[in-house]
Design a protein around this ligand. Structure first.
Ligand code: HEM
Length: 375
């Protein structure tokens, strides 16, 4: 299921970025965020939550949650693209909120059932899911308070981009970089615990501020910027060599962190009329390096769980080949797209296509190798 979700996400990102000049902005964004990212995040959480709570793997029935989320995402994209389907917005929000609430409830049961304290990354995932539930409730609430629609829309978009995806990404990046580089980050758990209130307060202030009182949003953006800047300083100290390499997932994870900080900066700057489009740097300069970097590391484990051997290492090497070049291209594409220039989005799409082709070739090669070595 997880490898399929990775490819659905990559295909949705590429199609959306390629079609962006022609299609409507909201439908393009939801193809990336609700069809591509949301189901993949749910699937990944199903993989990570048992690790964070030191409990057994997720049951097979949890696989229904990303599928439900995907259905919600498809509904909203259809509603935003096709005439005569306004009900699809609320139906999509209801379906996706049900999936998010089910995953949140399951994570709570895991937390209550475990021995000892959970890894602090769990709180980041749970807060992320809670933000998504509230973001979708904001869409549903617009049926009752249509006069509040502009504010509810802004609440929805910030709770989702900074809360749901932002908090998931930050928690994941913090624990993934040490795995990717094979070098521990001894302060990671402590920092996650200390930074958690900043990210929660930052998200809520930006969301409520953008909806009702702009100055609060600027304060929130400053608070939210502290954890990633601290993480970046830490990575430069611990992983400088790996981050500036030609190959591997580390440069992509670093690019994703940079893309997130830049989205916050562009978002704060966009409060004044300077023509920046923070959401385009978010979808071209933050999500693509995040997903391709995480996929380069995790696809081999998700394809063949259990003991890791030379097959996994070889596939990981093939997926991460020229990761450093892609990281630079995503950074350029994101920064340019964020200034409203279309070619930044197209550069992001071309770089994603490059990764998809490389990943398919690597998987075909790995499958052939596996067959040759199976007696
Ligand atoms: C199935 C679930 C979802 C539903 C039903 C939904 C619904 C909507 C609707 C109706 C709008 C207003 C569109 C317009 O202005 O015409 C909107 C805007 C937005 N939503 Fe969602 N959404 C969903 C999931 C998400 C997710 C997961 C994200 C992730 C970050 C997201 C991010 C945004 C953004 C950034 C906007 C602003 C779009 C723009 O500026 O044009 N949404 N959403």
């Amino acid at each position: 299921m997880l490898p399929a979700l990775v490819f659905i996400a990559l295909a949705a990102f590429t199609a959306a970025l390629l079609g962006s000049p022609a299609a409507g902005r909201a439908s393009v964004l939801h193809l990336i965020l609700a069809v591509g990212a949301m189901p993949l995040i749910f699937g990944a959480m199903g993989h990570f939550i048992p690790v964070l709570t030191r409990t057994r793997g997720a049951p097979a029935r949890l696989g229904a949650v990303p599928v439900l989320a995907l259905a919600g995402g498809v509904l909203v994209v259809a509603a935003l693209s096709l005439p005569g389907m306004p009900w699809g917005r609320h139906a999509g929000a209801f379906v996706a909120a049900t999936a998010a609430a089910a995953l949140l409830a399951w994570s709570w049961r895991r937390r209550i059932g475990m021995l000892g304290r959970p890894h602090p990354g769990l709180a980041w995932y749970q807060a992320a899911l809670a933000c998504l539930v509230f973001a979708l409730l904001a869409i549903l609430a617009s049926a009752v308070w249509p006069e509040q629609w502009p504010a509810l829309r802004r609440l929805h978009l910030h709770l989702n981009t900074l809360g749901f995806i932002g908090m998931t990404a930050f928690g994941t990046l913090t624990v993934l970089m040490p795995t990717v580089t094979g070098k521990p980050d001894p302060g990671a758990a402590l920092r996650l615990r200390r930074d958690f209130p900043l990210a929660v307060a930052g998200t809520l202030l930006v969301a409520a501020g953008a909806a009702w009182f702009a100055p609060l949003a600027a304060v929130g953006a400053v608070l939210w910027a502290i954890p990633p800047v601290r993480l970046a300083a830490n990575w430069l100290r611990l992983y400088r060599t790996e981050v500036f390499r030609l190959h591997g997932a580390a440069p992509l994870l670093a690019a994703a962190l940079a893309g997130f900080v830049l989205s916050l900066l562009y978002g704060a700057a966009a409060l004044s009329p300077v023509g920046l489009v923070p959401v385009w740097i978010y979808v071209a300069g933050f999500l693509p390096p995040l997903v391709t970097g995480a996929a380069s590391q995790l696809l081999p484990v998700w394809l063949r769980p259990g003991v890791q051997n030379a097959w996994h290492a070889r596939l990981r090497g093939a997926l991460g080949r020229y990761g450093g070049v892609r990281a630079v291209l995503f950074c350029i594409g994101g920064a340019v797209a964020g200034t409203g220039r279309e070619w930044g989005l197209l550069l992001g799409a071309a770089t994603l296509l490059w990764f998809i082709v490389q990943a398919v070739a690597a998987l075909v090669h790995a499958t052939i190798l596996q067959k040759e070595h199976t007696p």
